[in-house]
Design a protein around this ligand. Structure first.
Ligand code: PMP
Ligand code: GLN
Length: 378
């Protein structure tokens, strides 16, 4: 069989989590919390399971959940998407990203991808006949040089993929970035696929710059978020896509035949739980405390870093420790020191090694302290 994805191997998240398990290392690699989701939310899921909400959900998602998303969007970003025509529930943000690309790409269409990029983007573009056009983020700030983006635009450019807060760097977009994006896509057919799964993890009182805050950008965007991140339940794989009606129609055509619909009892439980705004409104504080603790602990190591501005990831440079390649160092850190991290070079198509690692700080205090103690031995 001729592979359609000859370059693709096992995801770094699987590789590093397995290595951590084999060596009994503390796993700060793959992004997931080591604490449970809110007990009230689990109670709601059990309730709906027991009440028999166990058959297919409507293709677009259960209406109460779409209504709650609409209200949340209005509260946070000032625009109120129509639950009927502009919101679709998907089985994870991974599905939503794929469905958006599959809905819009024709053979040889180009998609601008900022690197380092989350690992699912490029395979999803390639499988849909598209061509990724890479633009590097600026190092070490991981901000966007919009002149490079402008220079990458051609008549074949169908979409730009953005991710803020950004995995793996923890960088966030500023309002000026949105203004420039609006300008350079104005009067073009270029669409925006905006991966905002970490929308509630932005620190130091900065606002999250959602595409939904600017009507002009919202009118040409697929905005994707994930309940897995927000509710400490990455295993549930429930997410959503907000897009204007014409884009949602095309998006749902793909969703309808990719998964058709998403797990029913969890959708109802989330709809109930979203009526309580405290959880997501408190999330920046909750994670900022973890970031601050982790950064304080890292001060006693030889890693250097700028505190993360968003996501639950902290990027560190190990230039004072070793000149090893990042993948070799990440491996040795796991097997010999007992802490697993993600090397950043895997988020680039071409070999690009800045000597950086990503740690996930969505962990209990004891886990972060135990990891830091090991890292202090380097
Ligand atoms: N985008 C980014 C930037 C992510 O970090 C993740 C999760 N790690 C996803 C998408 C996928 O989210 P989900 O688990 O909801 O598919
Ligand atoms: N998004 C998670 C991360 O960045 C991993 C998800 C996965 O394992 N596919 O660590």
């Amino acid at each position: 069989l001729a592979s359609k994805l000859p370059q693709v191997g096992t995801s770094i998240f699987t590789v590093m989590s397995q290595l951590a398990q084999q060596h009994g290392a503390i796993n700060l690699s793959q992004g997931f919390p080591d604490f449970n989701c809110p007990p009230e939310l689990i109670d709601r899921v059990s309730y709906y399971l027991q009440q028999g909400y166990n058959q297919y959900a409507p293709m677009a998602g259960v209406l109460p959940l779409r209504e709650q998303i609409s209200l949340k969007t209005e509260l946070l970003y000032g625009s109120k998407p129509d639950p009927e025509t502009e919101i679709t529930i998907t089985s994870g943000a991974t599905e939503a990203l794929y469905a958006a690309l599959a809905a819009i790409l024709h053979p040889h269409d180009e998609v601008i991808v900022l690197e380092p990029a989350y690992d699912s983007y490029v395979p999803a573009i390639l499988l849909n006949g598209g061509r990724p056009v890479f633009v590097p983020l600026q190092v070490p700030s991981f901000t966007i040089d919009w002149n490079l983006v402008k220079a990458a635009i051609t008549p074949r450019t169908r979409a730009i993929m953005l991710n803020s807060p950004h995995n793996p760097s923890g960088a966030i977009l500023k309002s000026q970035d949105l203004q420039i994006l609006a300008e350079i896509t104005r009067d073009t057919a270029i669409l925006v696929i905006s991966d905002e799964v970490y929308e509630h993890m932005v620190y130091d009182n900065q606002p999250h710059q959602s595409m939904l805050t600017l009507p002009e950008l919202a009118s040409r965007s697929f905005v994707i978020s994930s309940f897995g991140k927000t509710y400490h339940a990455t295993g549930w794989k429930v997410a959503y896509c907000v897009a204007p009606p014409a884009l949602t129609i095309e998006f749902r055509k793909v969703h309808q035949y990719l998964t058709f619909s998403t797990i029913t009892p969890v959708q109802y439980a989330l709809a109930d739980f979203l009526t309580n705004r405290d959880h997501y409104l408190n999330l920046p504080d909750f994670y900022q405390r973890k970031r601050d603790l982790f950064c304080q602990l890292l001060q006693d190591t030889r890693f250097t870093f700028q505190p993360s501005t968003g996501t639950y990831f902290q990027l560190v440079s190990y230039e004072n420790i070793t000149s090893e390649k990042d993948q070799d160092f990440a491996r040795r850190l796991t097997t010999d020191i007992g802490v697993a991290a993600i090397p950043i070079s895997v988020f680039y198509q071409q070999q690009t090694d800045h000597g950086l690692l990503r740690f996930c700080f969505a962990k209990n205090e004891e886990t972060l302290r135990a990891a830091a103690q090991k890292l202090q031995n380097l």
